[in-house]
Design a protein around this ligand. Structure first.
Ligand code: FAD
Length: 388
C-alpha cells in the first residue's frame, strides 16, 4: 500500500471530471484516482440529444480521452473498471471480482443515474434503445445507419423524449412519440405550455400518441410494429426509450450508506459514512434530487473547497432548465416538489408565459415557451433560491 491514500472519485461524467477540475484550483498535488465503468472520454451529456441536428457522431462529441483528462487533471484515470463494493469502516473499495482493493482517504460517489426501462414485451426488444451515455449514443447511431432507419418510435414525451423527437426530425427521421399522460413534458409544464410544444413539434412533422402505454415491440415483415394498450399500432424501424432516469443508489445501499430517492447527503455533500461524499445525478442533497448540469457544477465548486480543507456548504440559486426543442423553445423553473400554489397562464399561440404562484401571490416557478422564453431573466430574478 502507498503511504498516502488517495482521494478516489468514482465516475467520470460531468460530475466527476467537474469536481476534479475544481479541486485542482485549490490543490494541485494530492493524489487523485478516478475510476469509471465506461471508457472515460470527456463529453457534454446534453449534446447527446442534439447530435442528429448537428450531425455529430460519438467521436465528434468526445472532447478528450481518459489519458488526456488524466494529464490535464494530474489524476490517474482507470477506465472500463467497475467498483463492486465499498467497505466504509476500512475505507476500501473493491474492483471487479474482488481482485483489486483500493484504500481511500476520501471517496466521492459521482455515479450518475440509470435509465428506467419500461416493461415492454415482444420479440424485438433488441431494437429498443436508450441513450444515456456516449457508448449508448454510438450504438444508437450505428443502429440508425445499419437499419436504414426512416422512422423511430419514441417511448416517453418528457424532456429527453421531446428533445430526441425534435433532434431526429431535424436529422430527417420521422418520429411517433408515445406518452401515458396528456401532453408534452407533462411533469414539468402546465397544459397550455405542453400543448404549445406539441403543436410546435407537430408543425415539423412529429406525431404523438398521448394517454397510451407501449405494450409490445415485435418484428414485422418490414421493420417493427409497436403495440399500444388501446390496440393501436405504430410501424417504425427502431424504438428509443426515454422514460426517465433514476439515481444510481445500489453501490451505496449495499455498503450500508443511507439512501432515499438518491444517495442522501447534507449540504457538505457528506453521506452517512465518514469520508464518503456523493454528487451529480446519483445524489440527493438535503432532500433535492436535481438531475441537471447547473446543480452538479455548484456541488463541484463547494465540494472542491471542502476536500481541500475549507468546509463549504452547497447553495442553489434558482436554476431554470432550457429544453432543447427549437421547434418550440422551452425554459422551465419547476416549483419545489411539495409547493402549494397554482399556475397563472398567459398565452398567445405557441408563446406561453406561465407563472406558478404560491398562496401569498409569490412566484415559485415558471414555464415559458416560444417568445415567452424572453421573460426568463426578468422572472428568474423574482424566484427564491432553491437552497439559499
Ligand atoms: P454520468 O455522466 O452518468 O456519469 C456517471 C459515471 O459513473 C460514469 O463515468 C459511469 O461509468 C460511472 N459509474 C457508475 N457506476 C459505476 C461503478 N459501479 N463503477 C465505476 N464507475 C461507475 N442537463 C441539463 O442541465 N441541461 C440539458 O440540456 C440536459 N440535456 C440532457 C440530454 C440528455 C440526452 C441526457 C441523457 C441528459 C441531459 N441532461 C441535461 C442531464 C445531464 O446531462 C446530467 O445531469 C449530467 O450529465 C449527469 O452527470 P453525472 O456525472 O452525475 O453522471
Amino acid at each position: 500500500a502507498s503511504n498516502e491514500a488517495a482521494i478516489v472519485v468514482i465516475g467520470t461524467g460531468l460530475a466527476g471530471y467537474g469536481l476534479v477540475r475544481e479541486l485542482r484550483k485549490h490543490d494541485k498535488d494530492s493524489p487523485v484516482i478516478m475510476i469509471t465503468a465506461d471508457d472515460g472520454r470527456a463529453y457534454s451529456k446534453p449534446m447527446l440529444s442534439t447530435g442528429f441536428t448537428k450531425n455529430t457522431d460519438a467521436d465528434a462529441l468526445a472532447q478528450k480521452d481518459a489519458g488526456g483528462m488524466g494529464e490535464d487533471l494530474n489524476a490517474s484515470v482507470w477506465t472500463l473498471t467497475k467498483v463492486t463494493a465499498i467497505d466504509t469502516a476500512a475505507q476500501i473499495i473493491t474492483i471487479g471480482d474482488k481482485e483489486t482493493q483500493v484504500h481511500y482517504k476520501k471517496l466521492v460517489l459521482a455515479l450518475g443515474a440509470d435509465v428506467i426501462r419500461p416493461p415492454v414485451k415482444g420479440n424485438a426488444q433488441d431494437y429498443v434503445y436508450s441513450v444515456n451515455d456516449l457508448l449508448d449514443y454510438d450504438d444508437f447511431r450505428t443502429a440508425v445507419a445499419k437499419n436504414n432507419v426512416k422512422k423511430v418510435c419514441i417511448i416517453g414525451g418528457g424532456l429527453i423524449g421531446c428533445e430526441f423527437t425534435n433532434d431526429l426530425i431535424n436529422g430527417g427521421i420521422a418520429t411517433e412519440t408515445v406518452d401515458p399522460l396528456a401532453y408534452c413534458l407533462p411533469t414539468l409544464l402546465p397544459e397550455a405550455a405542453g400543448k404549445a410544444v406539441q403543436a410546435g413539434l407537430e408543425a415539423k412533422g412529429a406525431k404523438f400518441h398521448f394517454g397510451q402505454l407501449v405494450t409490445e415491440v415485435n418484428k414485422a415483415a418490414d421493420g417493427l410494429v409497436v403495440s399500444l394498450n388501446n390496440g393501436d399500432t405504430i410501424n417504425c424501424d427502431l424504438v428509443l426509450s426515454a422514460v426517465g432516469v433514476r439515481p444510481q443508489i445500489k453501490l451505496a445501499q449495499d455498503a450500508g450508506i443511507t439512501v432515499n430517492r438518491g444517495i442522501a447527503t447534507n449540504r457538505l455533500l457528506e453521506t452517512s459514512a465518514p469520508n464518503v461524499y456523493a454528487m451529480g445525478d446519483c445524489a440527493e442533497v438535503a432532500g433535492h434530487v436535481l438531475v441537471y448540469v447547473a446543480p452538479l457544477m455548484a456541488q463541484a465548486r463547494a465540494l472542491a473547497k471542502t476536500l481541500s480543507g475549507q468546509d463549504t456548504e452547497v447553495s442553489y440559486p434558482a436554476m431554470p432548465v432550457t429544453i432543447k426543442t427549437p421547434a418550440c423553445p422551452v425554459t422551465v423553473s419547476p416549483a419545489p416538489r411539495d409547493a402549494a400554489g397554482n399556475w397563472e397562464v398567459e398565452q398567445d399561440g405557441l408563446n406561453v408565459v406561465a407563472r406558478f404562484v404560491g398562496k401569498d401571490g409569490e412566484l415559485l416557478g415558471f414555464a415559458l415557451t416560444g417568445e415567452g422564453t424572453k421573460q426568463k431573466m426578468a422572472l428568474q430574478k423574482l424566484l427564491p433560491a432553491i437552497m439559499a
